[in-house]
Structures are given as structure tokens and as C-alpha cells.
Write a protein that binds this ligand. Structure first.
Ligand SMILES: Cc1ncc(COP(=O)(O)O)c(C=O)c1O
Length: 508
């Protein structure tokens, strides 16, 4: 019997089993790759496939391999050695392969010659062989149902203005009034010189809307996740997060000093296994999930996560970037949609840049958490406050959303229409259903980028979502629906795409 109660297994037996698990995950003949091939590049495995394989290995040997254990492991041999060491209780050799290899350095003075820059150029040439780059397309107008690209009005199906709050006459007026009163900048960190009554009113409005005791607002949505996770979770804590989480969560996890581990998307059983294995360890355990996933458009089973966080004494954080202002009877987000108790979600994260139509991020939570963050969240303390017109426009947007449900009702009518029509045309809409994110699966990066360019020629703007935002080979056109769209505009987009997909053999 090995140290952790596993039956004794030799290194070669473990190697064979780990190899077999990867072969199954890749759906490849086991002889097609070696134990020393690079897992992330040589085998063409995306990180989601790696998470699934690692979950299987953990189940097979009843161990937990945290992010820090596997960082630096690049081969099946390295992974098998890690499993062998772990089940035999050899802590010392848990260090990564990288630590044991002699590192070679190549001093650079010209960044244009660096591998990272040359890699970018090569990827651009491969992905956009026809020259059209779907990134950084300038929109020189308000972005609502339409926008102006190259002087031409197009139907805009790529923005996050879900409820039309950006450009709403009342939010614009609120912003103008705030500029007259406060100017355009906070002109300081709020902790010291930049505080305003307006910001306190905004935070109260967010806390009331999200049914929490308090809320805190930072200047960027991405940065709010990063600074919250790294300031709230410390050495001795543990973060367990969905493998499909947004980059801002993954980066925040990496920046925090807590141990961490990803679980396969929405895999409640694996999450429960992990929580069970760590239940006697760590001071705080934080489960992090999203309300609506930004690349697939699915709504997470939040009540199940609430059940697990209660059973295993954890904190639950939900990123409401795409659910706040979208789902629920009154577009209130996950608690509204699932009729949760206000305390079921401990940390409600949201961005101001999507349904709320401005820019910034918030954490809504119990007053003790928010009080702590006001003094210790570095991205808040050491950064200037949100710009006053944004704060005023956002507060107005919340007021409008709470007093009038008509934009949310129209948004859902539009979503239902668009998803139904895509399905009728035979398109694969991934996990879309009730959220404003409706992806249409295409396949390769090149095909998704080309179709995006062709649709723009037809007067429809939709950006492609490509690797690494989605797994290799699963690139998609990511439509985002707004309450401002008319049914005619949505129909024009679906029929234009269907025509192109038929012509190019994507649809039979
Ligand atoms: C799930 C999720 N969280 C956080 C963010 C960051 O928000 P922002 O774009 O407002 O910085 C995004 C942005 O798209 C997101 O999709």
C-alpha cells in the first residue's frame, strides 16, 4: 500500500495508465504520441482537454493535483512522475521538470526578434491569410442596434450593450450633468483624495439591486476580478474555479497566493470530490463560477453550487458579467433567475461595461467583506476612482432597469427569435438558450475570421471568437443580442449567415 492508501503502483504502470488516459481524451491511437511529447503544444491539446485528463488521473489515484503542482509539467513522463511521487508521499520531487533542467537564456535587445513577437506574426499570417484582420475594427458611432464601420451603417451583433443603456437619453444626460458638476476624472484614489458622494450613491444602488449589504466599485471589470481574487484569497486559502472561467478570473487566481485548482466546466461531481478531499485543509475555500459563460452562452446551475458551498463550508463567488442585467424576472441576474436567498452567493461580481452600459467593475457582498476591500484591495486603493460621468450613467442605468422591465422583455424576445432561427437553419449554437450570448460554431480560426469579414460586407458585424478564448477547432461567430435590435435586423443577420454557410459547405 502506498502512503495515501493507494494500491502500490510502479512508475511504469502509472506511465502506461496516464498515457492511456491522454489517448482516450485525444481520441488517438496510443502509439501516435510519446511520453515525452509536449502536452500543450506538441499534442494539440487545449487546456480544457488537459483539465479533463487530469481529473481522470486524480480519480484513478484518489489524489488532488493543484495548479501549482502541475505548472511546469509539460510531458506525460513528468505527470506520471508527479503521480508516483504523490501516492508514495515523496514531497521533495513535486518540483517541476523546469526546476531540474538547465535553463538556456538568449539575451535580446530588439523585441522585433523575440520569439513571442515572431510567434504573434506567424499566427497572424496563418490565421488571416487573406489579409482581413477581424480585430480592432473601428466603429465610429454609438453602438446600439447598428454602428458605423468604414463610413457604412451595419447591424451590430457584437457589442455588450444588452439593454441599450449606452446611448440611452437618460444615461447620457446623467453623464453630462456629472461632467458639469465633477469634471471628467476622479482626480485621485478614492481612499485619499478622489472620493465623491456620487460614488457612494452608486455603490448603494448596486448593493440594493444585488440585495447585498454593501458594494465597491473599481475602474475596470477585468481588473476588479484580478484585484479582488488576489486581495481576498491568501496563503493558506484555496480557490477552486470552473475551467471555462474568463481570463480575468484565471489571472486573479494566478496572482493570489492561494492554492488553486480548476474543475471541468460545470462538473459538479468533480467539484464535490475536490471539496471532499480538501475539507480538513485551508482557512478559506472559494468556489468561483460565472452566471453566464461568455463563449458558450450557457447559464450555470448556480443552486447546485450553492448547495456545495453550504455543505463544504466555502465561499461562493459568481461572475455576473453576462448575467447581471440579462437573466431573471427583472434582469437582476442569477439570484433573480433562480429565486435565491440574498445570502446564497457570498461574492457577486459584475462589470459595468455590459448591460449597465459604462465601464468598471463591482463586488457586492456583506459589509465586512466590502469594508476590508476598501482598505486592502490594491486595485482599488492604489488606483484612481471611476470617472464621474461613468458612475452617474451607471447609476441611472440601474434606476431604469429597476423601474421598467420593457428592455429586458424585448431582449428575451430577441434572444428567443435569434436562437430559434439559427437552429431552424441547422446552425450549431453551442450551449446558447436564454442568455444574450449566442455563438454559432464554425470550426477553424481561418473559417470563422473569413465568415466574419464576409458578413461585414453584407452589412452585419459579428466578431469571431478564436483560440485561446475557445478550444482549438471550435472557433465560432459570437453573436451578442441587444434589446435595441429589431426582428428584421436579426432575420437579416441569420439569413445572410445561412446563405454564406450554404455556399461554403458549412450547411447542407
Ligand atoms: C465573464 C467576464 N468577466 C469579466 C469580464 C471583464 O469585464 P470588462 O470587459 O468590463 O473589463 C468579462 C469581459 O468580457 C467577462 O466576459
Amino acid at each position: 500500500m502506498a502512503a495515501n492508501g493507494n494500491p502500490q503502483a510502479s512508475l511504469s504502470e502509472i506511465l502506461e495508465k496516464v498515457h492511456a488516459i491522454f489517448a482516450e481524451e485525444l481520441q488517438l491511437d496510443p502509439s501516435a504520441f510519446s511520453n515525452d511529447d509536449d502536452l500543450s503544444t506538441g499534442l494539440g491539446l487545449d487546456s480544457l482537454a488537459i483539465y479533463s485528463a487530469i481529473t481522470e488521473i486524480e480519480d484513478a489515484y484518489q489524489i488532488v493535483l493543484n495548479d501549482s503542482d502541475i505548472s511546469g509539467i509539460s510531458t506525460i513522463s513528468g505527470l506520471a512522475q508527479l503521480v508516483f511521487d504523490r501516492i508514495n508521499g515523496f514531497v521533495s520531487s513535486l518540483s517541476s521538470e523546469a526546476d531540474t533542467q538547465e535553463r538556456e537564456y538568449h539575451r535580446l535587445t530588439d523585441f522585433a526578434e523575440s520569439p513571442e513577437y515572431l510567434g504573434l506574426r506567424q499566427r497572424m499570417a496563418e490565421t488571416f491569410p487573406e489579409g482581413f484582420n477581424p480585430y480592432f475594427v473601428p466603429h465610429d458611432s454609438l453602438i446600439r442596434d447598428t454602428s458605423v464601420v468604414n463610413g457604412k451603417e451595419v447591424i451590430n451583433l457584437g457589442s455588450y450593450n444588452y439593454l441599450g443603456m449606452s446611448g440611452h437619453p437618460e444615461t447620457m444626460q446623467a453623464a453630462i450633468d456629472a461632467i458639469r458638476k465633477y469634471g471628467t476624472s476622479a482626480s485621485g484614489s478614492r481612499t485619499l483624495a478622489g472620493e465623491k458622494t456620487l460614488y457612494q450613491q452608486l455603490e448603494k444602488a448596486i448593493a440594493d439591486w444585488k440585495h447585498t449589504e454593501d458594494a465597491i466599485v473599481c475602474t475596470g471589470g477585468w481588473a476588479t476580478n484580478l484585484t479582488f481574487l488576489s486581495s481576498f484569497m491568501h496563503d493558506g486559502d484555496f480557490i477552486v474555479y470552473d475551467a471555462l472561467s474568463h481570463n480575468s478570473i484565471a489571472e486573479g487566481v494566478a496572482l493570489s497566493r492561494a492554492e488553486s485548482k480548476a474543475f471541468p466546466h460545470n462538473d459538479l461531481q468533480t467539484l464535490e470530490n475536490i471539496l471532499h478531499k480538501v475539507q480538513d485543509k485551508y482557512n478559506k475555500v472559494l468556489i468561483v463560477v460565472e452566471g453566464v459563460y461568455s463563449m458558450d452562452g450557457d447559464i450555470a446551475p448556480i443552486p447546485e453550487f450553492v448547495r456545495l458551498k453550504k455543505a463544504y463550508k466555502c465561499f461562493l463567488m459568481v461572475d455576473e458579467a453576462h448575467s447581471g442585467g440579462v437573466i431573471g424576472d427583472h434582469a437582476g441576474g442569477c439570484d433573480d433567475y433562480f429565486h435565491l436567498d440574498p445570502h446564497d452567493i457570498d461574492i457577486k461580481y459584475g462589470t459595468l461595461s455590459k448591460a449597465l452600459g459604462t465601464c468598471g467593475g463591482y463586488i457586492a457582498a456583506d459589509k465586512e467583506i466590502v469594508e476590508y476591500l476598501r482598505y486592502f484591495m490594491s486595485g482599488f486603493v492604489f488606483s484612481a476612482g471611476i470617472s464621474p460621468p461613468l458612475a452617474a450613467a451607471c447609476m441611472k442605468a440601474i434606476e431604469i432597469i429597476r423601474r421598467d422591465n420593457s428592455a429586458a422583455t424585448k431582449l428575451h424576445e430577441n434572444i428567443r427569435y435569434f436562437v430559434r432561427r439559427c437552429k431552424e437553419e441547422g446552425m450549431n449554437t453551442c450551449l446558447a438558450g436564454e442568455s444574450a450570448v449566442v455563438p454559432v460554431l464554425i470550426g477553424s480560426d481561418q473559417d470563422a475570421a473569413r465568415l466574419s469579414a464576409e458578413l461585414l460586407d453584407e452589412g452585419v458585424f459579428v466578431p469571431p471568437a478564436m483560440y485561446p478564448a475557445v478550444p482549438i477547432g471550435e472557433s465560432r461567430l459570437r453573436f451578442t443580442i441587444s434589446a435595441t435590435h429589431s426582428i428584421e435586423q436579426l432575420e437579416k443577420a441569420v439569413s445572410s449567415l445561412a446563405k454564406l454557410m450554404h455556399e461554403e459547405g458549412f450547411l447542407k
